[in-house]
Every structure is written in C-alpha cells, then in structure tokens.
Design a protein around this ligand. Structure first.
Ligand SMILES: NC(=O)c1ccc[n+]([C@@H]2O[C@H](COP(=O)([O-])OP(=O)(O)OC[C@H]3O[C@@H](n4cnc5c(N)ncnc54)[C@H](O)[C@@H]3O)[C@@H](O)[C@H]2O)c1
Length: 266
C-alpha cells in the first residue's frame, strides 16, 4: 500500500531533473503519472528535454507498476496545456496532484538581459504556471480535492546578482500560489511552494569536463551555511511528498530546501 494509491499526478517539466525525481517518488507511492515536457526550442545556453527523454522517463515510471502518460507540452502554450489536462483526466480518470515544476534559467546583469531572454523566463516560469493552474483548478474543484505544489527557488526568497530576471519569476510564482491558495482553501485544494537551493540537474551547467560549476554557482555554494555544493533532486522530492500527502492542513506555505541559505535573512 502506497500513500498515493489511486491518485493521479500531473508534473510539468517531468522528463528529467527534479521533475523526473518527483515522478519516480510519487509513482513509488502508487500514483499514476502524467508527464508534460519537451517544449519548443528556446535560445538558452543548455538544451531542454526532448520527446525521447520524456518517453524514457515514462518507461522508468511504469516499471514501478503504475500508469504513465507522457504528453509533449510547452507550458507557454495555453491551448496545449488545456489539452494536456483534458488528456490526463480522460486517460487516467482524474487529477489529484499538480506539480508546476517546468522552468528555465538564464543569467546576466540586468542591463544586458535581452527582450528574448526576459520573455522566455516570464513565459515559462510565470505564465506557464498560470496556464497550468488555470487548467487544473476546475477539475480539482469539481472533485473537491487537490494538492498543488509550485516550484520556485531560493532565488524567490532573496536577491542574487545576475539572476534578477529569473528571480522575478520565482518571487512571482510565490505571490500567485499564495493568492490562489486563499481562493481554493474551502474547496479541499491546497497550494504550496517549494524553494530549492542549487540542485544537481542539467539546468546547472558545469564549466568544464571535470564538472566544475560556473562562477555564479560557486558563489551561491559558498553562501550556503551547510557546506555542500548542491542538493540532489531526491532531496526536493521528499519535500514534495510531504506536501502532497498532507491531509489538507498546510496551504499557502513556502518550504525551503535551502542548505540554510536564508537563515540570516528573516
Ligand atoms: N537546478 C537548480 O539549481 C534549481 C534551483 C531552484 C529551482 N529550480 C527550479 O526547479 C525546476 C526544475 O528544474 P531542474 O533543476 O529540474 O532543471 P532541468 O532543466 O533539468 O528541468 C526543467 C525541465 O523543464 C522543462 N521545460 C522547460 N521549459 C519548458 C516549457 N516551456 N514547457 C514544458 N517544459 C519545459 C525542461 O525541458 C526540463 O525537462 C525549475 O522550475 C527550476 O527553475 C532549479
């Protein structure tokens, strides 16, 4: 018996990194999973997940004995997001858990951020979360049950030089999630936020073949009171699991998985 037997979870950015770890963690507790990923190309310094990655993760999830629906979806596209939620409800019979995890990063001092970089960040990290929440809420309201977790970042808890545009999106989703939490609190739906510090995923690019991270990541690591370079995706999945198995008493909260990085701030 798993804690999530019979539940249906929808995870954006589920093909790799934290989204993949979340899919495996929820599947290990018995949830059937829909994975949305493989977006249209973007102009970034690192590649995004492909449909092949999406199918490979779906296969790994199914090996845990649950159903998995891989759906090629770009969260920037509202129609595609609506269709993905409909396909999930049709294919898996409902929608109990939503993990709004898809995101991209780009760095740079603000006066060098291009319009294109700004739009990519806003359209994916902020508008993409709006699209998925708007599509999922009517289904959850009808069921009178829902557990929604939005992935922000420790960048949504503080200022960090060269991450102003990214951090604006990550502060933004916290305001969005807290406001929606109030709107749906009487409907059996909780909405919470997780804020990981630097996570060991393809988003955090090593500078050289020895895996030495770039200067910005190294600077963030040095600021961590717990002296380890980064956390693993599974560290974040444990926080997710806590929030989605909560009986319905925790909502509008922000859970930091931060290596102590905000301990000096508040
Ligand atoms: N890696 C870190 O250090 C770190 C720290 C804090 C927060 N985060 C956040 O965690 C989340 C997961 O990132 P990750 O670390 O697993 O990195 P990742 O790059 O491995 O995973 C992000 C996934 O989102 C997908 N994605 C990106 N844009 C998309 C779009 N428009 N539509 C659909 N899918 C899209 C990518 O293809 C990828 O599979 C992101 O929101 C990120 O901002 C990351």
């Amino acid at each position: 018996m798993g804690a999530l037997d019979g539940r249906v979870a929808f995870i954006t950015g589920g093909a790799r990194g934290q989204g993949r770890a979340h899919a495996l963690a929820l599947a290990a507790e018995g949830a059937n999973i829909a994975l949305a990923d493989a977006p249209r190309p973007m102009n970034l310094t690192y590649p995004l997940a492909t449909e092949e990655d999406l199918r490979a993760t779906a296969k790994d999830v199914e090996e845990l004995g649950v159903l998995c629906l891989p759906i090629a979806t770009d969260v920037r596209d509202a129609d595609a997001v609506n269709a993905a939620i409909e396909e999930t409800v049709r294919g898996l019979g409902g929608l109990d858990i939503l993990v709004a995890n898809a995101g991209v990063v780009s760095t740079g001092v603000l006066d060098e951020v291009t319009d294109e970089a700004w739009s990519q960040l806003m359209d994916t990290n902020l508008t993409g979360v709006f699209h998925i929440l708007r599509a999922a809420l009517p289904v959850m309201r009808q069921q009178r049950f829902g557990r929604i977790v939005v992935t922000s970042s420790m960048g949504g808890r503080m200022g960090i030089p060269e991450l102003g545009a990214y951090n604006a999106t990550k502060w933004g989703v916290i305001g969005l999630a807290k406001s929606v939490a109030l709107e749906v609190a009487k409907d059996g739906i909780t909405v919470n936020v997780i804020c990981p510090t630097t996570v060991h995923t393809p988003m955090v690019q090593p500078v050289d073949s020895d895996g030495v991270p770039d200067e910005l990541v190294q600077r963030m690591m040095r600021a961590n009171p717990i002296p380890q370079p980064w956390i693993e995706p599974e560290d974040v999945s444990r926080a997710l699991l806590y929030l989605v198995t909560d009986p319905g008493v925790v909502t509008g909260s922000v859970l930091e998985i931060g290596l102590g990085s905000s301990a000096r701030l508040h």
